[in-house]
Design a protein around this ligand. Structure first.
Ligand code: MN
Ligand code: MN
Length: 263
C-alpha cells in the first residue's frame, strides 16, 4: 500500500490577477494541526494513530516546470502517492506529466469555478487559466470531469467540446452528483470552486459556488483509489481571518482520510 506524502508547492508565478497562493502551504499545515480541533476525520479515521501518511515540507521556491515534474516523479518512484498543496493551478500540468509518466493516461476529476481550458491567457500558455488545455492536448488524461464551473466562456466551451471534457456547471447543479469511475483517478481541487461565502481567501472570488459540505461529500463519495491530488489557489493575502485556510485544511484532512481508506 502506497504511503501518502503531503508537500507544499510554493509557486504562483503563473497567476493572472493576484499573487499570493505561493504562501498557502504553511497556512494550510498550521490550520490542519491547529489545537482548536482533533485529528479524526468525519468518516472515523484517527489520523494521528493511522500509519501511511507523511507531512512533508515545502519544495523550494521558484521551481521550473520540469523540476515540479521531477519532484513529483521522485515521490512516485519512491512509492508515495502525492497530495500536493499549491501554489497556483498552473502546477497541475507538470504534476500531471509525472502522473502520466508513471501510470499512462489517467482519469482526472477537476473541481473549480473555472475550466482552466484557455489556449493561452494574457499571452501565457502556462497560465493558471490553461493547465487543463495543456493536459488534454498532451493526452495525459483519458477522461476529464469538471465540477463547480461558473465562468465558462465561448472559447472554453469549444475547447471542452474538442476534447470531450465532461463539464458540470453550477447553473445545472442540484446539490449532488454521483460519478462512476472505471479506475483510479487524480483529483485537482481549486479552492475557488467553493462559494466565496465559505472561502473568500482566493484570488478570483466567483459567487454562486459549492458549499464546504458539498465538497466534503464529493470527497467522501470517491470510491476508486486516488493516484494523487492537489489543493490549489488558496491565497492567504485574501484571507486575513485564516478562515479559508481552515476550510482548505478540512478538505485536505477529509481527502487524506478518504485516500487512506481507498488504498
Ligand atoms: Mn483553477
Ligand atoms: Mn479557479
Amino acid at each position: 500500500m502506497a504511503n501518502i506524502y503531503i508537500a507544499g508547492v510554493p509557486f504562483d508565478a503563473h497567476s493572472s490577477y493576484l499573487r499570493g497562493p505561493a504562501l498557502a502551504p504553511p497556512h494550510i499545515r498550521q490550520a490542519f494541526f491547529s489545537p482548536s480541533g482533533n485529528m479524526c476525520t468525519e468518516l472515523g479515521i484517527e489520523l494521528d494513530e493511522t500509519p501511511g501518511w507523511i507531512m512533508g515540507e515545502d519544495w523550494p521556491e521558484k521551481l521550473e516546470y520540469q523540476q515540479i515534474s521531477n519532484y513529483t516523479s521522485t515521490l512516485l518512484d519512491q512509492g508515495y502517492t502525492p497530495l500536493l498543496l499549491g501554489g497556483d493551478h498552473s502546477i497541475t500540468f507538470p504534476i500531471a506529466r509525472a502522473i502520466y509518466g508513471r501510470y499512462g493516461p489517467f482519469n482526472l476529476l477537476h473541481i473549480d469555478a473555472h475550466g482552466d481550458l484557455y489556449h493561452e491567457l494574457d499571452g501565457n500558455p502556462f497560465s493558471h487559466g490553461c493547465p487543463f488545455a495543456r493536459i488534454m492536448e498532451a493526452g495525459y488524461a483519458r477522461r476529464l470531469v469538471q465540477l463547480g464551473l461558473r465562468c465558462m466562456t465561448t472559447h472554453q466551451r469549444a475547447q471542452a467540446k474538442k476534447w470531450g471534457v465532461e463539464c458540470h456547471e453550477m447553473k445545472d447543479w442540484s446539490g449532488q452528483l454521483h460519478l462512476e469511475w472505471d479506475g483510479p483517478l487524480y483529483l485537482s481541487l481549486d479552492m475557488d470552486a467553493l462559494d466565496p461565502a465559505f472561502v473568500p481567501g482566493v484570488s478570483h472570488r466567483e459567487p454562486g459556488g459549492l458549499t464546504t459540505r458539498e465538497v466534503i461529500r464529493l470527497i467522501h463519495q470517491l470510491s476508486v483509489p486516488i493516484l494523487g491530488a492537489d489543493i490549489v489557489e488558496l491565497n492567504p493575502l485574501q484571507d486575513p481571518s485564516g478562515m479559508s485556510a481552515m476550510v482548505a485544511a478540512r478538505l485536505m484532512k477529509e481527502l487524506l482520510g478518504r485516500m487512506l481508506m481507498l488504498r
